[in-house]
Write a protein that binds this ligand. Structure first.
Ligand code: PSU
Ligand code: MN
Length: 306
């Protein structure tokens, strides 16, 4: 039997011993979602937001064949500056570890790492979903199937309008994933607070979300929950402003034949350029907002577990 090479950061190891609330964070948002040096600043800020809210952050990544649950600051810095880091989803995680590789974890792979480490709550920006034109490309993110099978509650700002949001919600329903909007009925649209779509569920109290997580376990149901936390109105970019920009970015992706794993990072980068950086400012605000809510949910979950 081979054992899994897994290392906890000092902070996470201490939190586990003390049974303190923890919040997992992904690393693909650092390596493929934002440019340096903003990615490093945001990664640190988000960790500090979680600490300030009374929980312990655990950024997850694979470094030289070791699955890290929580990164030391130097590791965070190295990852944020690294080029050509692999983007790891469920399909790639074992191979990367086995071959001694370095890779950033997507939502799917971060959920797997979090669950292994006993962390039930995970904050990110946006999840992967069903891409526009999926009826031809079959491009459906593994994040959706991960939510159906791994018991981690993921806090995101809804799904980006670069995706087909209707189809994304349909797949989540088919897969039995609870989609819970916070503070409003509408399913948020990442950079925009609301969308024309109603979220299937709404819960405004973090304690309710924690209880619902707990109850799925009590029912013996696999899988997690998607918590859709809207970007604060003062930070949003109106959907009307974004629509032509997203269409342009999608058209550019098609023209350049961008496929597979490269699609999401390409679209994010193109939208960053086309909005002259405004998409990044909004992205930062919503990730921090999600981190704060995740810390509250994790704290509530810790009281239920006692
Ligand atoms: N959405 C974002 N920022 C991101 C991603 C999604 O707003 O950085 C990343 C996440 O890591 C997500 C992944 O899990 O992209 C989805 O990639 P794909 O569509 O290839 O499954
Ligand atoms: Mn894809």
């Amino acid at each position: 039997m081979t054992t899994l090479p897994l290392i906890h950061s000092a902070e996470v190891a201490a939190a586990k011993v003390a049974n303190k609330p923890m919040v997992a964070l992904e690393s693909t948002i650092i390596t493929h979602g934002m440019p340096y040096p903003q990615n490093l600043e945001v990664a640190r800020q988000v960790e500090n937001d979680i600490r300030a809210a009374g929980a312990t952050p655990a950024t997850i990544a694979v470094i030289a064949g070791v699955l890290h649950i929580g990164l030391e600051d130097g590791q965070l810095e190295t990852l944020a500056q690294a080029r050509g880091v692999a983007k790891l989803s469920r399909a790639d995680l074992a191979a990367c570890i086995a071959t001694g590789g370095t890779g950033a974890t997507t939502v799917a792979a971060t959920m797997i790492g979090a669950h292994l480490a006993g962390i039930a709550v995970f904050a990110t920006g946006g999840i992967g979903g069903v891409h526009r034109g999926a009826e031809n490309s079959f491009d459906v993110s593994a994040d959706l199937m991960e939510l159906a099978q791994t018991p981690v509650t993921v806090i995101a700002a809804g799904a980006k309008a670069i995706l087909d949001v209707d189809k994304t919600l349909e797949v989540l329903e088919t897969q039995g994933v609870p989609v819970i909007a916070v503070g409003q009925d509408s399913f948020p649209a990442f950079w925009s607070t609301t969308s024309p779509l109603k979220a299937p569920l709404r819960m405004d109290d973090p304690a309710q979300i924690a209880r619902a997580h707990h109850m799925r376990g009590a029912l013996g149901l696999p899988g997690g929950q998607l918590v859709a936390n809207p970007i604060p109105v003062e930070d949003e970019i109106p959907a009307k402003t974004l629509a032509p920009i997203i269409a342009q970015a999608q058209a550019d992706a098609d023209t350049h034949g961008i496929r597979g794993k490269a699609v999401t990072p390409y679209l994010l980068q193109r939208i960053f350029e086309l909005t002259e950086g405004k998409s990044l400012t909004a992205n930062i605000a919503l990730v921090r907002n999600n981190a704060r809510l995740a810390a509250k949910i994790s704290s509530e979950l810790a009281t239920l577990a006692r």
